[in-house]
Design a binder for this molecule. Structure first.
Ligand code: TTP
Ligand code: MG
Length: 364
């Protein structure tokens, strides 16, 4: 039976600002005030690979995550370009999570630099929640010299959208009665589960804002997007019941990418590189006691057209042979293309802990 008199929740979502580049600027004060781009070596505009992230100074030049590093260099050659130092970011991330976790035991880490906290039992009203958020911001700044943006709302969905609303160093509070008004003018892409392709389909249907989505006929949405259609409609009204710490694990996905030294149409080489990526991914999956259900393959062509293809299996696995087979099948779906291949990637998602189940050997 549904509990209709459920207590109002207060959910906080914290997201570090330009995380990797923030750590770089902190550790190299000489970078302060300059555009900083973290990613591959730009090699004077001839570099390969992509931007992992960049600071807000660099974003003013149009640089963003996922952009080819050569393009970033062309947009702003005077920026500071640094290679990513994952062990350092992991270390800072762990320290930040320790700080955040102190503020509520109902805690859920989300990726490298984000977390949800259910603070319903810690605060009496929204004013106290706001004060708590300021304390968190100050503590992270004091301890780690990093700013973050925080969203507070009655559920995880709206708290996440709110943390992104005023970045960097923002704090956005959305009260229950203001949720729909807050969401309505935002572009549909601001909705966490709506990616580029869904956004495009929605725009074609005349749905530009979350308000448009909220007033769209739900049956038409279901026709176009299946069960997700009804879910998008509920989300657009700010309805989301997901609990902090429930559902998916702390990590959304895990993957590796590799850019070829020169673009290639040698498909044996492509499959070989994919196999190597599978080995790296599987090794990490097993080391972290995880299982996966969804596999995504990515191919980027010489003209930067990027294709992805995914498959979700019925059963969870951590077996290298399963991953390699799925990746090979998905890659075949995407080949042959007209252009030579520049980059390949393998990503697994829909993760869950394998604790309690025997982890199958990496060598199987
Ligand atoms: P995000 O929180 O998405 O981005 P960000 O912290 O750099 O910037 P924002 O101020 O908008 O929150 O991602 C966190 C880190 O994850 C980011 O610093 C770098 C890494 N990352 C990648 O490696 N590849 C990617 O495509 C993205 C989006 C992030
Ligand atoms: Mg961030």
């Amino acid at each position: 039976m549904k509990n209709h008199c459920r207590k109002k929740r207060v959910i906080l979502h914290a997201d570090m600002d330009h995380f990797f580049s923030a750590v770089e600027v902190r550790d190299h004060p000489i970078y302060r005030g300059r555009p900083v781009v973290v990613g591959a070596d730009p090699k004077n505009g001839n570099g390969r690979g992509v931007v992992k992230t960049c600071n807000y100074e660099a974003r003013r030049f149009g640089i963003h995550s996922g952009m080819p590093i050569s393009k970033a260099w062309k947009l702003c050659p005077e920026a500071v370009f640094v290679r990513a130092s994952y062990p350092l970011y992991k270390n800072v991330s762990a320290k930040i999570m320790i700080i955040l976790r102190k503020y509520s035991d109902k805690f859920q880490r989300w990726g490298f630099d984000e977390a949800f906290l259910d603070v319903s039992s810690k605060v009496k009203n929204i004013e106290e929640a706001t004060e708590l958020a300021w304390n968190i911001k100050h503590e992270i700044l004091w301890e780690e010299q990093i700013t973050c943006s925080i969203g507070i709302a009655p559920n995880k969905l709206v708290a996440k959208i709110a943390s992104d609303y005023k970045k960097p160093d923002g704090l956005t509070v959305v009260k229950e009665d203001d949720m729909e008004t807050f969401l309505a003018p935002l572009p549909v892409r601001k909705m966490p589960s709506i990616g580029e392709k869904t956004e495009h389909k929605m725009n074609e249907m005349g749905i530009k804002t979350i308000g448009d989505l909220a007033s769209f006929q739900v049956s038409l949405l279901t026709q176009r997007f299946g069960i997700m259609g009804a879910r998008y409609h509920r989300y657009a009204h700010g309805i989301s019941e997901s609990e902090v710490g429930a559902g998916r694990g702390s990590r959304r996905s895990l993957g590796h990418e590799s850019t070829f030294m020169t673009n290639t149409s040698d498909y044996n080489l492509v499959h070989h590189r994919m196999d190597e990526l599978c080995e790296k991914v599987c090794e990490k999956i097993i080391r972290r006691n995880l299982l996966f259900r969804t596999v995504t393959v990515k191919l980027r062509y010489g003209n930067f057209q990027t294709l992805t293809c995914s498959k979700t299996s019925r059963l969870f696995t951590n077996r290298l042979q399963d991953l390699k087979k799925t990746v090979r099948d998905l890659t075949k779906n995407l080949l042959p293309g007209k252009e030579r291949i520049r980059l390949v990637g393998v990503r697994v998602s829909n993760l869950k802990s394998s604790k309690g189940q025997r982890a199958l050997s990496f060598l199987l």
